[in-house]
Design a protein around this ligand. Structure first.
Ligand code: EPZ
Length: 430
């Protein structure tokens, strides 16, 4: 089992290039199978989750080729509509995007139930409701979601909750349905817009993505395209928070600053200096951050995927902060680990009450999921002494070259494969 070993205490400084957005890439990869023509996707992150989806697509007979590290060529002309089920796909959430894609293309899909980070119940009722409205019968049987339709037709769908996954899935299926679909209470996240732009570049007719009403006029066929994925809002946000945690000066490059507004606004409240450029944001934090309150909300609110990272930063603030998690019910699992590093945080239901402490101290901890794992690494970067973070496979699901990027900013962090390697690091940096 691999771990990160970190010697805390360095102030991170410099520029870091942000990778393509994982959650946009997953939707776009699934959608790229909806045409038999060749699709070229640029800015594709090279991460465990995207690679797992590519693996599952290959199992269906889809041809994929990484022309370079971040460019993938996809051709689904020889795709077979067989049940989607392999070891890799079971671990990721986005396996369910293949339901929307296959249902749209073949009017039938059978996909193993999704995995993903254990951050709450994560039901899929809104996806099923949307597919049913489009004329598909949906059922869960023997661990598979099965959706089938004689014909898919447009429908007026009102989601009961704002769901990124359901919005994306219905958008894909509705693209190849007959007539018009209207999705109300749609998710507005940047990756929803990115998928809509991608599908439109393949000949789809989608309007309104980025607002809470999306209108889709079905088309008969999609064609090949060449498309570049947007930069990763959460990777950028994580690096910005690394600056706040380590009292650093980091410029995230190759980003869309508008996507980072809610994060920049909180960092300003915390006393950091933010400078925005056309495609970069600089975060400079010279002293201890100030406390503030945060509530996670669908976009453009503060992202749930940044909640652990900001909690780690606020754990070192000068006052008391309240962080409320309103999207997922079980996203404070990392707090016990952070407490073992000296944090003073009390969790009551969906709220964390954080009394800032002056410092964290290094400990041997475990990443419970992707974002919480990244947040614990940030804590290790500033902690006194050495921190070991186990279960880093969670982090590598969604951050490309995470520890190497941190190193390029001055962090002392290495990957260790076993206990002797951890011990060597301890001796070197004791
Ligand atoms: C996506 O998950 C992301 N995953 C998550 O990224 C992210 O945390 C989440 O959106 C919120 O932004 C991918 O894009 C692959 P939702 P998703 O459907 O689509 C409830 C990361 O770290 N809900 O928007 O699964 C649900 O329980 C992660 O990269 C229903 O009730 O999230 C939650 O409370 C983890 N019924 C809320 O909606 C449904 O049918 C939002 O979930 C669907 C969702």
């Amino acid at each position: 089992m691999e771990s990160y070993v970190i010697r805390g205490g360095m102030s991170l400084k410099g520029e870091v290039e942000i990778t393509g957005a994982k959650n946009a890439a997953l939707a776009i990869l699934a959608a790229s199978t909806m045409t038999d023509q060749t699709v070229i996707i640029e800015n594709m992150p090279d991460e465990a989750d995207t690679n797992a989806l590519i693996g599952a697509m290959n199992d269906l007979g889809v041809f994929t080729h990484r022309a370079s590290r971040h460019t993938v060529r996809v051709n689904a002309a020889k795709e077979r509509n067989i049940p989607v089920d392999n070891e890799g796909i079971k671990k990721i959430r986005a396996s369910y995007y293949l339901i929307g894609a296959l249902l749209g293309k073949y009017k039938r899909a059978k996909v193993v139930l999704p995995g993903g980070c254990a951050i709450g119940l994560r039901p899929i009722d809104q996806h099923m409701k949307g597919f049913a409205a489009l004329g598909a019968s949906c059922r869960i049987e023997h661990g598979f979601i099965i959706a089938e339709a004689k014909d898919l037709h447009g429908a007026h769908i009102y989601f009961d909750v704002v769901s990124v996954g359901a919005t994306i899935n219905i958008m894909m299926a509705a693209t190849l349905a007959s007539g018009q679909t209207i999705i109300e209470n749609a998710a507005k996240e940047p990756h929803v817009v990115d998928l809509a732009n991608f599908l439109n570049s393949m000949g789809a007719r989608i309007k309104g993505a980025g607002t809470d009403v999306i209108r889709i006029t079905g088309v008969e066929k999609l064609h090949g395209t060449e498309y570049a994925i947007i930069p990763d809002q959460i990777e950028a946000g994580t690096m910005m928070m690394a600056s706040a945690v380590t009292r650093g000066d980091i410029t995230v490059k190759g980003v869309i600053p508008k996507h980072l507004d809610s994060i920049s606004a909180k960092l300003k409240e915390m006393g950091c200096f933010i400078q925005e450029y056309d495609d970069a944001v600089r975060v400079f934090c010279s002293g201890r951050v100030r406390s503030t309150h945060v509530k996670t909300l669908p976009y453009p609110g503060f992202p749930t995927d940044m909640q652990p990272q900001i909690t780690v930063a606020l754990g070192l603030s000068t006052g008391v902060s309240i962080v409320t998690e309103s999207i997922f019910e079980n996203r404070f699992k990392y707090v016990d680990e952070l407490t073992s590093m000296g944090a003073n945080i009390k969790v009551e239901g969906s709220t964390a009450i954080i009394s800032g402490v002056e410092k964290y101290t290094g400990a041997h901890i475990t990443a419970p999921d992707l974002r919480a794992g990244a947040a614990l690494v940030l804590a290790g970067l500033v902690a006194e002494g050495i921190t070991v973070v186990d279960n880093i496979h969670f982090i590598e699901r969604g951050y490309e070259d995470f520890y190497m990027k941190l190193r390029s900013l001055g962090a002392i962090i290495e990957k260790a494969e076993d206990e002797p390697q951890i011990e060597k690091f301890r001796i070197r940096y004791a």
